[in-house]
Design a protein around this ligand. Structure first.
Ligand code: HPA
Length: 274
């Protein structure tokens, strides 16, 4: 009973291994706007989530799910094209299965990306933000339940989830390529409703600069199993109440698509230096 999730993960790993023996070094979760990132990869194999028994499959339009294995320059990488979200109704333990599976397949680094609402001082729609830390207390914790001792400890330290050495590389790449890079704390809320202006004022008072509906779940699970984590948000909109305009998923996607070329460049060049 205790290790059912671990056994499920091992079965998922076996299923992927029927398609490919590729062992990635870096895992990348492609958020909104990075859907075309895979064009930069010399692809070795692709595995649809639907071909992995017991694996969660996303219901969100634009999040069709598959793993893409291949080379980014010299770096062996696996990309998650499409992720599942807690707001779709999945158990949070299912939400983090893909991140954990990429770790079990060999990845040592997890690069997380997302689209987020911006509330940091001086933030504008279209900005990119280096995630320096997170607030997880408004989202379910993926480690609740029996601990997966094979992966990590019961009470894992979270004092440097987003590794400083990886942050430094991303900062350097941004500077060298003239890419404006904001920095700040990302908070995950459950969604699917956007926040109210009062909630955004609350988050602002807590020192949060970007808000979204993903990423922190995966970051906690990955840190638990010893992966080095880093993340960048695409600020697709100013958070609720800050622009005077209502928020919509269409606006989020449009802004993320617009930021895609610079976002892609930043992520690609950073991974090549990891
Ligand atoms: N709030 C929550 N999630 C989001 C937002 C937002 O404003 N923009 C993109 N994802």
């Amino acid at each position: 009973m205790e290790n059912r999730m671990y056994e499920r993960l091992l079965r998922c790993k076996d299923a992927v291994r029927k398609y490919t023996s590729f062992e990635p070094e870096v895992a990348l979760v492609l958020g909104s706007g990075l859907g075309a990132f895979a064009e930069n990869i010399e692809v070795e194999a692709e595995v649809s989530y639907s071909d992995i028994p017991g694996f969660p499959v996303s219901t969100v339009p634009g999040h069709a799910g598959k793993f893409i294995f291949g080379y980014l320059g010299e770096v062996k990488i696996v990309c998650m094209k499409g992720r599942v979200h807690f707001y779709e109704g999945y158990d949070v333990a299912d939400v983090v299965m893909p991140a954990r599976l990429m770790g079990l397949l060999g990845a040592k680094i997890l690069f997380l990306t997302n689209a987020a609402g911006g509330l940091g001082d001086g933030f504008n729609a279209g900005d990119l933000m280096l995630i320096t830390d997170h607030v997880s207390i408004f989202a379910p914790n993926p480690l609740v339940g029996p601990n997966l001792d094979e992966l990590g400890p019961r009470f894992p330290d979270m004092s440097e989830v987003y590794r400083k050495d990886l942050q430094d590389i991303i900062r350097t790449v941004a500077k060298e390529n003239d890419i404006k890079l904001q920095e700040g704390v990302y908070a995950q809320l459950t969604g699917p409703s956007f926040e109210s202006p009062a909630e955004i004022r609350l988050l602002k008072s807590l020192g949060v600069s970007a808000v979204g509906m993903s990423t922190v779940n995966e970051a906690i699970a990955a840190n638990h199993m010893g992966l080095k984590v880093c993340g960048v948000s695409c600020i697709s909109n100013l958070a609720a109440g800050l622009s005077g305009e209502p928020l919509s998923h269409g606006e989020v996607q449009e802004a993320a698509d617009k930021a895609a070329p610079l976002f892609t460049k930043l992520v690609m060049e950073s991974i090549k230096r990891f």
